[in-house]
Design a protein around this ligand. Structure first.
Ligand code: ADP
Ligand code: ADP
Length: 229
């Protein structure tokens, strides 16, 4: 079954002459690594906002794990979805450990359990010795590893990475992509990677969807879509 299915999804912002997403139909199979690629203005951020339940389509529907995403299903969807951001979105006043425990605090998980889960997660992203540091004391790649630990500490089955390597140099990006790939395989996650970088798609995805001007212009298995003519 598909984890995500966009069916004829349209979204136009008020006052804009053309839709940000124009009749988008797209499926994301369970366990796949789907790349969503497009230039600036293609509709990627809009797609992420819909996927994360922050905005709703004007027409069409978005199904998540078989259910239409709407007011009744949004909270459950968000609880099972991890988000990784371009600018990491770490809280500067909190230690690395407290950044990773945050989603568990919001769910009311008891402190001892939170700390144990967060420490385990930090170990898995290679930051076992950094629990007591503050974000300002970390490199960009380390900050993103904290972001990934925070996204996974609640054991989601879907991980959405929004330009997760765009703020990093190529070498650091490659390490982060490798980590995402390993975690996706180990945990049987569905991974959606939104990016403007073709090399990101090439490096880690199984499937790719190409957006242009709000429309899906190509999609399929990565090897087939990126094959030279
Ligand atoms: P990116 O290509 O990284 O998504 P954008 O500059 O397209 O960056 O968008 C950054 C933010 O600004 C997003 O939250 C997007 O929704 C918003 N945004 C983009 N275009 C407009 C616009 N024409 N009017 C208002 N907000 C916009
Ligand atoms: P991308 O993330 O691929 O750069 P966006 O989804 O941000 O694309 O933008 C798609 C289109 O929608 C662009 O034409 C952009 O200007 C417009 N847009 C995005 N966000 C807003 C917004 N909040 N208000 C008005 N227009 C927007």
């Amino acid at each position: 079954p598909d984890v995500l299915a966009f069916q004829n999804v349209c979204k136009t912002y008020p006052g804009q002459p053309r839709p940000a997403l124009d009749d988008l139909t797209l499926r994301v199979p369970r366990g796949s690594r789907m790349g969503i690629i497009g230039r600036s203005g293609a509709g990627k951020s809009t797609l992420v906002r819909l996927l994360s339940g922050l905005d709703t389509p004007d027409a069409g529907e978005l199904r998540v794990r078989g259910e239409v995403l709407g007011p009744a299903t949004r909270a459950a969807h968000q609880a099972r979805t991890g988000l990784v951001f371009q600018q990491f979105n770490l809280l500067a006043q909190r230690t690395v450990l407290r950044n990773v425990t945050l989603p568990l605090e919001l769910r009311g998980v008891p402190r001892a359990r939170r700390d144990a889960l967060a420490r385990e997660q930090l170990g898995l992203v290679g930051l076992g010795d950094y629990a007591g540091r503050y974000p300002a004391q970390l490199s960009g790649g380390q900050k993103q590893r904290v972001g990934i630990a925070r996204a996974l500490v609640t054991a989601p089955d879907l991980l959405l990475a929004d330009e997760a390597t765009s703020a990093l140099d190529p070498e650091t990006s490659a390490g982060i992509l490798q980590l995402l790939l390993e975690l996706q395989r180990e945990r049987d996650l569905t991974l959606v990677i939104v990016t403007h970088q073709l090399e990101v798609v090439r490096a880690v995805t199984t499937h790719v969807a190409v957006l242009e001007g709000g429309q899906l212009v190509e999609s399929g298995e990565t090897g087939a879509v990126l094959r030279d003519p």
